[in-house]
Design a protein around this ligand. Structure first.
Ligand code: NDP
Length: 311
């Protein structure tokens, strides 16, 4: 028998928890499934300094803990579990959870976020967990006093490089173009760290090592010169892709998988299904914008239910 839920929320980052908070306060008895990374991407970051209301900054995992508690205070039900299948061709909307639970939902708020991208090299896969990582805060500790490389030129790469520079002897930052994409503040932190060496116009050919990383083969894409950097850790920070796989065939999405919403709203092309946060945002991708769209999704879910006479 299907579990009947008025407002189902998928995802537990700022978008999901904010949607849960608003939906709970509106009396929608929301149920939120946390997905396979409870708390979302902020749980693998360190200090968040740009979320308003925290003048001294806050640790990402703590902030998500606070978000969760605030939603729970108003009665939101937070459950562990990952949505693995949907059927949005029927109403109520059907969602299957990996614990076997089948849900019939009147509204679904998708806040499944995005996940770190990889370079796609065979050696990267083979050495994953043995020197290759996509999270400096999680794994940096293992490389204390050693040399590491970070690939990428955005805020994530600069943040990871800065974090690692405090633990490691030397950090190479491998940037494929001749500029960093990161914000000025992040760039300055990298430039002010004496043990970070930026290698512009460098691409990764291969990560070397049998059982553990012992180097990275890079090529200068301007001169064609190849060299091996002797590093023990290799951190990938080349952006993210949206967690939207299970909605393929049901929801309109762009060529890279970001869910499409009607401009200025969080409405997908299926009535009663709303998309909030990074899964539908390839432009801003901030905790505060995700929280904002989570709020919009809950307000729209409430209106939708009222119009249907379900609330
Ligand atoms: P971005 O998409 O901003 O940057 C990705 C970087 O990886 C770019 O420099 C890109 O190069 C490079 N890249 C992509 N593919 C490859 C490849 N195959 N080989 C080598 N390099 C590659 O992603 P981020 O994760 O850095 O940031 C995502 C969002 O999150 C941004 O909006 C950012 O501002 C935000 N953020 C904010 C933070 C904060 O404020 N505390 C911390 C972290 C992220 P190119 O530039 O050439 O395209």
């Amino acid at each position: 028998m299907a579990d009947k839920i008025k407002c189902l929320i998928l995802g537990s980052g700022p978008a999901g928890y904010t949607a849960a908070l608003y939906a709970a306060r509106a009396g929608l008895a929301p149920v939120l499934y946390q997905g396979n990374q409870p708390g979302g991407q902020l749980t693998i970051t360190s200090h968040v300094e740009n979320y308003p209301g925290y003048p001294e900054g806050i640790l990402g995992p703590q902030m998500m803990e606070d978000f969760r508690k605030q939603a729970e205070r108003f009665g939101a039900k937070i459950r562990g579990g990952l949505a693995v299948k949907v059927d949005f061709s029927v109403y109520p909307l059907k969602v299957s959870i990996d614990d076997g639970n089948e849900i019939a939902a009147n509204t679904v708020i998708i806040a499944t976020g995005a996940s770190a991208k990889w370079l796609g090299l065979e050696s990267e896969k083979r050495l994953n967990g043995n020197g290759v990582s996509a999270c400096a805060v999680c794994d940096g500790f293992f490389f204390r006093g050693q040399d590491v490389a970070v690939v990428g030129g955005g805020d994530t790469a600069c943040e990871e490089a800065t974090y690692l520079s405090k633990l490691c002897r030397k950090v190479f930052l491998l940037v494929r173009r001749d500029v960093l994409r990161a914000s000025k503040t992040m760039q300055e932190r990298v430039l002010n760290s004496p043990n970070i060496e930026i290698l512009f116009n460098h691409e990764t050919r291969e990560i070397t090592g049998d059982d553990a990383v012992n180097g990275v083969k890079v090529i200068n894409n301007k001169t064609g010169e190849e060299k091996i950097l002797p590093v023990q850790g290799f951190f990938v920070a080349v952006g993210h892709s949206p967690n939207s796989e299970i909605f393929k065939g049901y929801l309109d999405m762009d060529e890279t998988g970001y869910l499409k919403v009607q401009p200025g709203t969080v409405k997908t092309d299926v009535p009663g299904v709303f998309a909030a946060g990074d899964v539908a945002d390839k432009t801003y991708r901030q905790a505060v914008t995700a929280a904002g769209t989570g709020c919009m999704a809950a307000l729209d879910a409430e209106r939708f239910l009222a119009e249907k006479g379900l609330h």
